[in-house]
Design a protein around this ligand. Structure first.
Ligand code: PRX
Length: 647
């Protein structure tokens, strides 16, 4: 192995409270080879071991990547909620399922056992069913990170309804579009939320969104703060008052679910549909082997359940494996920068999973002396997700969060993949700061040369990352737009799943993710499509044309720069600010551009396409723009450069 490798800490295995699920790299290789050489047998065995089926499947998988028609566990039936709640409640009812850490550490945290979780979920199922929610309907959930959000997700899964969890940072307009797309008649929210000491007016946002969603018949409101809020009699109902009327257990026959009905909406409007059993198996297998989760563990993933990280690793993976999931309502810096360490200590967390954007922020302000009263020696595994983690941030994480005792796993994956694709197996894979390391079980990777479209074999190759074999938690379609699904993932390189990321395979076969090769921007681990932001800008009455570019940013990974031209070049004093507000209200504050540049005209090809490549080079300070001869009017470039240099 090359010299930048860090071996698993010597005491890792010695201090393990039980026995790791995989004990050596050889074991990993043996399992991996089995998963690639005989995937059907491998996944069938894993499914039977980790999931409880109500009806056995007769075929492990069918279809091909070429045709984009993969299906898993065909003929089988299971219920995701039964797998995440009932079977643990039956076996060990008093085990903690959820630990809730409120935004303000002075407020009391709550522990919800598996049997309590089963009761809460069953009562919500009773309510939802009475309100007409059936298998296949979509319930929209717009809630802060509180246990009731997880209860809502699981209640939908129990019915076989689809949960569309909309991140509570989205604006009323963005929420409205998602409710309309989903045709939700039932929406679940809170009176308010709290985040980083600030109030989020969840109910007010839903009220505003609902003005244009006449199909909503029920708005279920959990009382989080007790604030005075507007109320629409007949439509709005309180969670606490309603749910107690329903039985604490829903009988089994009403919730058997075929394996093909779980969807969720991704915030950038990509709506994927997954096999329930396949998705749950991806979550459980990666939870078990990548994170080495055991039932006694307390797993703290700081992601929001409105994004895929929270979806899979706050809810489904830890609960499918029967451990305790820690739900944190707040932010890493409130009330102080040591909040994560304090939570990990207070709840004796064995795992922590977060994003490099938070680590970069904390690295700036935390000193060793701030942590001298912290004892987090029980912490075994540290995960990183969402964007590449720079080697110096990796090393900081290893040292400051894990005291060089915990294994670090940089997990590369995507909403569409459902669960990890490349990751170090905790306690097993020798680590390299900055590399996501080796492929996960069942994931057959390929690096494709973007010029020749040929797969590049061997090590020391760089190109586009693709996957050659189907895996259970992959998205099976985009709801209502299967052609887009085929074009985005399967028609780019025939026979491969196209990830959209560039990658390098080093001399040891380790993977280094280089970032997106398409027009996706990653700001603080939030994936945003440039076209959605550009559409929001163009909706503004003064904007003629807009181009959105992601530029490197020390803190957020990438930052959004918007370049616009105005109708009749009619400049106003407040235009830049107005356009930031426009994006905040159309999408949400997390999509707000760091810079808005107003120019006379944008560089275009003769056929009228905006040449973003040139704009990107200008914004990143490059002086060579490549071939500019296709731009309609080269003089516009000089004017844009002038504007850039003035900002
Ligand atoms: O570009 C990759 C980046 O995030 C994209 C997926 O975004 P999303 O669907 O929102 O899911 C984020 C959480 C899984 C990928 O195409 N990405 C995610 N994890 C990593 C990463 N880039 C580098 N290293 C990672 N560990």
């Amino acid at each position: 192995m090359s010299e930048d490798t860090i071996s698993v800490p010597a005491q890792w295995r010695a201090q393990h409270p039980t026995t790791p699920h995989i004990v050596s790299l050889l074991d990993y290789h043996a399992l991996y080879n089995e998963s690639i050489q005989n995937p059907s047998a491998f996944w069938s065995k894993q499914a039977k071991e980790l999931l409880s089926f109500t009806r056995d499947f007769h075929t492990t998988n069918t279809g091909s990547l070429e045709n984009g028609d993969n299906a898993w566990f065909v003929g089988g039936g299971l219920n995701a909620c039964f797998n995440c709640v009932d079977r643990h409640a039956i076996q060990d009812p008093h085990r903690a399922a959820i630990i809730y850490e409120p935004d303000n550490p002075a407020d009391e945290s709550r522990v919800i056992t598996y049997s309590e979780l089963l009761r809460h979920v069953s009562q919500l199922v009773g309510f939802l069913r009475e309100r007409g929610v059936r298998k296949g309907n979509i319930v929209t959930i717009y809630m802060p990170m509180i246990p009731e959000a997880v209860v809502a997700v699981l209640a939908c899964a129990r019915i076989g309804a689809i949960h569309s969890v909309v991140f509570a940072g989205f604006s009323a307009e963005a929420l409205r579009d998602r409710i309309q797309d989903a045709k939700s008649t039932v929406v679940i929210t809170t009176d308010e939320g709290r985040r980083g000491g600030k109030t989020i007016s969840t109910k007010r946002v839903v009220d505003e969104a609902a003005r244009e969603c006449p199909e909503i018949t029920t708005l279920l409101v959990y009382k989080r703060t007790g604030a005075d809020i507007p109320w629409m009699a007949g439509r709005d109902v309180w969670w606490d008052e309603e749910l107690k009327r329903y039985p604490a257990y829903t009988p089994r026959k009403s919730w058997i679910q075929r394996t093909t009905c779980s969807y969720f909406t991704h915030p950038d409007r990509l709506e994927s549909r997954k096999d329930t059993a396949g998705y749950l198996l991806g979550a459980a297998v990666t939870g078990k082997y990548v994170f080495d989760i055991h039932p006694e563990d307390r797993f703290f993933c700081s992601g929001d359940i409105g994004w895929i990280t929270g979806h899979t690793y706050v809810v489904y993976a830890p609960l499918a494996l029967g451990c305790t999931t820690v739900i944190f309502e707040g932010t890493p810096t409130y009330p102080s920068h040591t909040r994560f360490w304090e939570i990990i200590q207070r709840h004796a967390c064995t795992h922590f999973y977060g994003a490099p954007t938070a680590f970069r922020l904390l690295k700036r302000s935390i000193e060793k002396k701030d942590l001298q009263n912290i004892d987090n020696s029980q912490l075994r595994v540290l995960g990183s997700v969402g964007e590449p983690i720079a080697p110096e941030i990796w090393k900081w994480y290893y040292e400051f969060m894990g005291n060089e005792n915990a294994a670090v796993t940089d997990t590369y994956w995507q909403t569409e993949t459902g669960s990890h694709i490349i990751a170090a197996y905790a306690g097993v894979t020798p680590m390299k700061p900055g590399s996501a390391t080796l492929p996960c079980l069942g994931i057959d990777l390929a690096i494709i040369d973007p010029v020749s479209d040929e797969e590049l074999k061997g090590n020391l190759v760089e190109g586009v990352l693709a996957i050659k074999q189907p895996w259970p938690s992959m998205a099976r379609t985009i709801r209502g737009n299967h052609d887009r699904y085929m074009d985005s993932y399967f028609n780019v390189y025939k026979g491969y799943y196209f990830t959209g990321d560039g990658a390098f395979r080093d001399q040891d076969g380790y993977y280094w993710i280089r970032g997106r090769v398409d027009d996706v921007i990653n700001v603080s681990g939030h994936r945003l499509s440039t076209s959605e932001i550009e559409s929001a800008l163009i909706e503004h009455a003064s904007v003629a044309e807009a181009a959105v570019i992601g530029v490197p940013d020390e803190l957020t990974g990438q930052a959004i720069n918007a370049i616009v031209s105005l109708k009749n070049n009619h400049m106003t004093e407040t235009i830049e600010r107005d356009l930031v507000v426009q994006i905040r209200t159309t999408i949400g504050p997390f999509a707000a551009p760091k810079k808005v540049l107003v120019v006379q005209d944008l560089p275009k090809t003769r056929s009228g396409k905006i040449v973003r490549r040139i704009l990107r080079k200008m914004l990143t300070g490059e002086t060579e723009f490549g071939d500019t001869s296709t731009a309609t009017d080269p003089s516009v470039l000089g004017e844009i450069l002038k504007v850039i240099s003035c900002v």
